[in-house]
Design a protein around this ligand. Structure first.
Ligand code: PLP
Length: 465
């Protein structure tokens, strides 16, 4: 069959650019020629509903006028000036950020990705806490693609990085807060949240611990909402042991879970907060490391041994203030608050209908469907070890969805439902209908049981909304 012009273009891109986190053979990306609101359009004008905000970053949807205008204005005026200079783009970004930051986090380091935001956090915390240097992360965590980001990561991507000897020393991993598959085999609330208490034990046993580094709600690795006691207790344990609490809000920030920051669901203020993605609604690449005033004061006399050519990149930063304003405007309409309830209801209905959904869980516009082969035993179709090695059931569902016109991101055992915050109830219904059909691919291969799906997240969510 003759190769079309569209196929030629896709093949040229695949030949000359690396695809992330995959073997390169067989890569055939869909050519997206346009995107608007919550929809993407391919070469043949086929429409896709964006049910994952691209990589959980296009929180304000596509073609937001106010943000685009601000970027264009900055491009015309001065797209870049070295970070050694002061400039209006930084001033505006800082003012906007100060209006939404948790109290006390008022000194920032700008970069261009979530990975860099975390890399900066790791260097800052180790300088600040020297000679203590150990950092406690968790297994259900992704903190970035570089050597430091991978070392902090608990998911299978780290296994491969470790094989290539890409690791930094001094990172240890704590048990996850994962009620559906509790690492201690306990049930909430009888467990007395043993997973958080274990941090105290670990910090004392490890010695030399500088910080605990966690995603408030693990993003790629599960959308697992912790019970209400978890974060206040973790803050207390860190304080009692003189250890910093760093939260990675790269994915959970910017109203993804309701409030601006996910930790605000539990009224906790970290010592360092990192973010990226929704910071500009993904219109420009920005990474942000925000620190407490106490840490800022330390660096009055201490050299900050960090920097980038593109720290404070004017064009990148120009999207922050309009994005902050757009979030405020959107929240004032009440739409995201209303739609998140609707999304929750519709996802629980899906769970009722599909035996392949073991656990539907989440918060706000941040949901996970854990796909299982057997609801009774909770046996998965695929484990962590299958990632990069075997065809995955979750990928099969996502591919079915794509055929039907729904873009939804898959991980080795879950689907990530995280639509843009501008999505309406009708558009949620449209997505659910398509997902409903796509899930049949997994239903056909389940072991039939009469066990209903788990609603473990439901009880926890009550405190947050
Ligand atoms: C929680 C978290 N931290 C860090 C990162 C890395 O961000 P980036 O891909 O912008 O480097 C991601 C990316 O998905 C993330 O979800």
């Amino acid at each position: 069959m003759a190769v079309t012009r569209a196929e030629e273009r896709i093949m040229a891109i695949a030949k000359h650019t690396y695809g992330s986190w995959r073997a390169q053979k067989g890569r055939k990306p869909i050519f997206i020629k346009d995107a608007e609101g919550v929809y993407l359009y391919d070469e043949n004008d086929k429409r896709y509903l964006d049910f994952s905000s691209q990589l959980m970053c296009s929180n304000l949807g596509h073609k937001n006028k106010a943000i685009i205008e601000a970027i264009v204005k900055q491009a015309e005026k001065m797209p870049y000036i070295a970070p050694v200079f002061a400039q209006e783009a930084v001033e505006k970004a800082v003012d906007a950020l100060l209006s939404v930051m948790p109290s006390g986090l008022d000194k920032f380091f700008f970069s261009t990705s979530g990975t860099e935001a975390n890399e900066a956090a790791l260097k800052i915390l180790r300088q600040y806490k020297a000679p203590d240097y150990k950092v406690i992360s968790r297994y259900h965590a992704y903190h970035g693609a570089t050597i430091a980001g991978q070392s902090l990561t608990g998911d299978p991507r780290r296994w491969y990085s470790e094989r290539a000897r890409f690791t930094v020393q001094g990172i240890c991993f704590a048990p996850d807060v994962y009620c559906y598959r509790c690492p201690f085999g306990l049930n909430y609330p009888g467990c007395k949240v043993a997973c958080v208490e274990y941090f105290d034990y670990m910090i004392k046993e490890e010695g030399n611990v500088a910080a605990v580094f966690v995603e408030p709600v693990p993003g790629t690795n599960g959308r697992i909402v912790p019970p209400p006691e978890y974060f206040p207790r973790l803050r207390q344990i860190c304080d009692e042991n003189g250890v910093l609490l760093v939260v990675d809000e790269v994915m959970t920030g910017w109203h993804r879970t309701g409030p601006v920051w996910a930790v605000q669901n539990w009224n906790v203020i970290p010592d360092i907060l990192t973010t990226a993605k929704g910071c500009t609604g993904a219109y420009t690449p920005v990474g942000l490391t925000a620190t407490s005033r106490k840490i800022a004061d330390f660096f009055e006399e201490e050299t900050l041994v960090h920097g980038h050519t593109y720290a404070c990149h004017a064009l990148a930063l120009s999207a922050i203030a309009p994005a902050v304003a757009e979030y405020k405007k959107l929240l004032a309409t009440g739409l995201p608050q209303r739609v998140s309830k609707h999304l929750e209801k519709r996802l629980y209905e899906l769970e009722d209908r599909h035996e392949c959904i073991g656990d539907a869980r989440g918060i706000g516009h941040f949901w996970g469907l854990e796909i299982v082969k057997n609801r009774k035993t909770r046996e998965r179709f695929n484990t962590k070890a299958d990632k990069f090695r075997k065809p995955l059931m979750t990928d099969k569902i996502a591919a079915e969805a794509l055929k039907l016109g729904l873009y939804v991101v898959s991980w080795y055992d879950t689907l990530i439902v995280a639509p843009p915050l501008i999505i309406t109830e009708e558009q949620v219904d449209e997505g659910i209908e398509l997902l409903d059909k796509a899930l049949e691919a997994a239903d056909q291969e389940v072991v039939h049981t009469d066990v209903p799906g788990s609603r473990s997240a439901e009880a926890f969510n009550k405190v947050t909304h």
